[in-house]
Design a binder for this molecule. Structure first.
Ligand code: ATP
Length: 254
């Protein structure tokens, strides 16, 4: 791993990039996952590399939704396993969610590496690796249509960080509430999900864990109110405005 001086103005973002490269070297991340990271970095730059008000609002709504869930599942791909395995396990314990590995570019070795990483970080049960408990989600062509009968297939709420649009649409069509982390407020995933957290997952997942903990004693009525007051489309427009404002500010300085 390259040494990044702490004084570097973009040290945090470069460390995230390093984590992904390390994940690629260790067989967790697909080549395509590196490209997805690149796209994410571009949007993160435009968003000012910080959690905006819209993201904070989405995190709160996501926490309320997860605390009301009957059968929440966190879907994990290579990028997430490389970027924040510990936090995925922490979140799953906090909200009693199952963890399921689901890959776009499926590959048995990669899946094994992801499972190993999650276990090393404290996960006990990980779904998505047994063919005898798999079934198909209709409406998608890729390997991602294969889901676990006891996981995503029966989940009411699915957390899908860094997802592709087809799968998000298929999950919504299957009646699931979908919570996503996606830095691009214009992606099909962002536009289709029930709750879109437009922020870097490496920042936002910690905030979501804290919010879930903070709200765990709230009564159901209050949680329902938070969800009813949340408007994903409006929130996405606010993230787009955050980008516009940053661009205007930077252009003035340039
Ligand atoms: P869609 O099919 O939803 O339109 P896409 O094809 O543009 O999406 P993919 O390459 O499938 O995108 O998925 C990657 C998405 O994840 C991108 O929208 C990218 O901005 C986002 N992304 C990448 N890295 C991060 C990250 N660290 N945190 C949050 N989002 C990220």
């Amino acid at each position: 791993m390259q040494l990044i001086p702490k004084s570097h103005p973009r040290a945090k973002s470069l460390l995230v990039r390093e984590k992904l490269v390390k994940g690629f070297d260790n067989g967790l991340v697909a080549k395509e996952g590196l490209l997805a990271q690149g796209r994410g970095e571009a949007f993160d730059y435009l968003l000012g590399e910080k959690t905006g008000k819209a993201a904070a609002r989405a995190i709160k709504a996501a926490a309320a939704q997860l605390l009301l869930a009957e059968m929440p599942v966190i879907s994990v791909n290579g990028n997430i396993a490389a970027l924040c395995p510990k936090q995925v396990v922490r979140l799953s314990k906090q909200i009693k969610a199952k963890i399921e590995v689901n890959l776009f570019y499926t590959n048995a070795n990669r899946k094994r590496a992801i499972i190993r990483t999650l276990k090393k970080n404290g996960a006990t049960e990980i779904l998505g690796s047994k063919s005898d408990s798999s079934t198909k989600l209709s409406g998608i062509d890729s390997a991602r249509r294969i889901v676990d009968k006891n996981g995503i297939f029966v989940a009411d709420i699915v957390v899908v960080p860094l997802e592709d649009g087809d799968r998000t649409m298929a999950l919504r069509k299957a009646g699931k509430t979908v919570i996503t982390f996606d830095l691009n407020p214009l992606s099909r995933t962002s536009q289709t999900a029930s709750i879109t957290i437009v922020d870097n997952v490496t920042r936002a997942i910690d905030l979501l864990i804290v919010e879930c903990k903070k709200m765990s004693k709230s009564n159901k009525k209050d949680l329902h109110r938070i969800i009813a007051d949340f408007d994903n489309k409006k929130n996405l427009r606010e993230s787009v405005n955050q980008i516009k404002n940053n661009l205007t500010r930077r252009a003035r300085v340039a």
